[in-house]
Design a protein around this ligand. Structure first.
Ligand SMILES: *[C@@H]1O[C@H](CO)[C@@H](O)[C@H](O)[C@H]1NC(C)=O
Length: 188
C-alpha cells in the first residue's frame, strides 16, 4: 500500500516536472516567434524609418501602429494621427512665435493651415520619407493616396509623443524632418 502511494507520488511529481518544463519550452518558442518578425520587410522598413527621422522608439509597437492604415487592421494609426496633427500645430506655433513674438494671429493661423494641408505639405513630407512604401494598407487601398501618406506621417509624431509621454521630442523630430520649411514660408 505504502509502496503504491509512493509510486503515485513519484508519478505525480514527474508529471508536474514534465508539464512545467514543456511550458517553459513553449514560452521560449513564443519569444522566438516574436523575434522572427524583426527580419520581415516591414520591420526592416521601420528600422530604416527610425534612422531617417533620427528617433529610436522604446516601444517599436507604436511605430508599427503608426504605419498601419485603418483599411489594414483595427489596430491602426487613426487616433495617433490626430495627436500627431496637434503636435505639428504646436511645433509650428512655437517656432514661429519664438522667431517673431509680434507675428499677427492671422499670419500664425495661415502658417498652421499651410502645414495642415493634406495634398501639399503633409503628404509631401510623408512621400519624402517614402511612407507610401512602408505603410500597411489593404490590397484594395492605394498607399500613395495623399490621405494615407498624410495620416501615416502625422501618426509618427503622435507615436513619439506616446513613446516619451510628452510632446517635446515629437515636436523637435517634426521640425527636423520638415526641415524648417515653415520658416522659409515666413520670409516669403
Ligand atoms: C495611387 O494614388 C496616386 C496618388 O493619388 C496616383 O498617382 C496613382 O496613380 C494611384 N495608383 C493607382 C494604381 O491607382
Amino acid at each position: 500500500m505504502a509502496f503504491r502511494n509512493c509510486g503515485f507520488a513519484v508519478f505525480t511529481l514527474l508529471s508536474i516536472l514534465i508539464l512545467s518544463y514543456s511550458q517553459v519550452f513553449a514560452g521560449r518558442e513564443l519569444v522566438g516567434g516574436r523575434i522572427k518578425p524583426s527580419s520581415s520587410p516591414f520591420s526592416s522598413a521601420l528600422e530604416i524609418l527610425q534612422k531617417q527621422i533620427g528617433y529610436t522608439f522604446k516601444n517599436i509597437g507604436l511605430l508599427r501602429r503608426a504605419m498601419t492604415h485603418s483599411s489594414f487592421s483595427e489596430e491602426n494609426n487613426k487616433a495617433l494621427s490626430i495627436l500627431g496633427s496637434s503636435v505639428i500645430d504646436t511645433s509650428v506655433s512655437l517656432h514661429s512665435l519664438a522667431k517673431d513674438i509680434d507675428m499677427s494671429p492671422k499670419e500664425l493661423n495661415r502658417l498652421i493651415a499651410e502645414i495642415s494641408k493634406v495634398e501639399t505639405s503633409c503628404a509631401g513630407d510623408g512621400m519624402q520619407l517614402g511612407l507610401q512604401k512602408v505603410v500597411r494598407v489593404s490590397p484594395k487601398t492605394n498607399s500613395s493616396m495623399p490621405s494615407v501618406v498624410c495620416g501615416a506621417f502625422r501618426a509618427i509624431f503622435g507615436a513619439i509623443a506616446i513613446d516619451t509621454g510628452k510632446s517635446d521630442d515629437a515636436e523637435t523630430v517634426f521640425w527636423s524632418v520638415h526641415g524648417g520649411k515653415v520658416g522659409k514660408a515666413l520670409s516669403m
